[in-house]
Design a protein around this ligand. Structure first.
Ligand SMILES: NC(=O)c1ccc[n+]([C@@H]2O[C@H](COP(=O)([O-])OP(=O)(O)OC[C@H]3O[C@@H](n4cnc5c(N)ncnc54)[C@H](O)[C@@H]3O)[C@@H](O)[C@H]2O)c1
Length: 313
């Protein structure tokens, strides 16, 4: 199949692209390369440095499926320039869907976010709960979902609401909880935990990318799916990290007491099963750091990197 993958040079995209190529697909990556390009050349891979807000018709040539990952990809990054966040997150997604239908694309896989639910009293967050997104980033995800669902009669629309992702990727993200705590332990010998009792769902980067592969192979599985399998407190994650890295834990007052558990039973009913764990993500990071293949690179810190290279205030 021919796949148009937006955001293919990002954290998830760098893990997903080799899986798509290995499965024999032809992959066209569209990415602004804000964090560089770590993808390896491959005869079936075309990498285009371009903004998803500027879509020319040629991009859709013979494309069967779109996997849409490009986005300003966390809350504080989304607050840096709300107009940019809305243009990319919501408007460009709508334009992508519109062009997809016009060019006969039959399948659209979208990475929304588990953060669309906002603050929930329910301890078990399922897909049918109302969405009350809080940040600009969360709001654009909700609006993009709704825009995409309005095209569901014309192509297979598969929307994933991932929990916080963890684990190794060539374009590492060190702003996400497990990865951030592990890097603190490895570089400072001390983990700072704010509060610590907040429960948050997690998913390994290998599992979320396996899920995109699973959906690609099963276009009949349509609709919206939570994807988060380990609901852990921040303190539990920090303690897990200390099992693999020589570090102590410092607890400070929290400015964010939110706790929620994502329920992914709907996804499990499709037959999909995660294979990895938070523990394996920590272990793999520690091993990679020891042999020097993982570094605390400044481009792995999304917000400070965007401030330095992209958004001048
Ligand atoms: N990593 C997580 O924990 C997580 C959790 C839930 C949802 N998501 C979503 O998954 C998707 C991928 O996230 P990620 O962790 O790989 O983030 P990332 O920041 O590593 O990757 C995003 C990629 O999109 C590219 N990009 C941004 N704006 C673009 C534009 N206008 N045109 C073309 N390319 C553009 C960036 O250059 C980057 O390579 C995002 O939509 C994110 O919101 C991520």
């Amino acid at each position: 199949m021919k796949i148009l993958l937006t955001g293919g040079c990002g954290y998830k995209g760098n893990v997903l692209t080799p899986k798509l190529l290995k499965a024999g697909h032809q992959v066209r990556v569209l990415d602004t390369m804000w964090f560089g390009n770590d993808l390896h050349n491959h005869p079936q891979l075309e990498v285009i440095q371009q903004d998803v807000r500027m879509l020319n018709d040629d991009l859709f040539d013979s494309v069967d499926t779109i996997i849409h990952l490009a986005s300003v990809a966390n809350d504080p990054a989304g607050d840096l320039d709300p107009t940019l966040t809305w243009e990319i997150g919501a408007l460009a997604t709508m334009q992508l869907a519109d062009k997809a239908v016009r060019h006969g694309v039959t399948q659209f896989i979208y990475s929304s976010s588990g953060s669309v639910y906002g603050l929930k009293d329910e301890k078990d967050v399922v897909e049918t709960l109302p969405l009350v997104p809080l940040s600009e980033y969360n709001k654009t995800k909700m609006v993009a979902e709704r825009a995409l669902l309005s095209y569901a009669d014309e192509m297979s629309v598969q929307i994933v609401r991932p929990a916080t992702v963890c684990g190794l990727s060539p374009r590492m993200r060190l702003d996400v909880a497990v990865n951030m705590l592990t890097m603190q332990a490895l570089t400072k010998g001390e983990i700072t935990v704010l509060g610590g009792n907040q429960t948050r769902p997690n998913i390994h980067v290998e599992d979320i990318t396996d899920l995109y592969m699973f959906l690609l192979e099963n276009p009949e599985i349509k609709g919206v799916f939570n994807a988060g399998f380990e609901n852990l407190t921040i303190l539990e994650i920090a303690e897990m990290v200390c099992g693999f890295a020589d570090a102590s834990i410092k607890i400070r007052e929290s400015n964010d007491p939110r706790s929620y558990r994502v329920n992914s039973d709907k996804l499990l009913k499709t037959g999909f099963r995660p294979k990895k764990t938070v523990e394996s993500a920590i272990m793999e990071m520690c091993d990679a750091f020891k042999i020097g293949s993982l570094k605390n690179d400044e481009r792995f810190h999304t917000v400070s990197w965007m401030k330095k290279t992209l958004i001048k205030s």
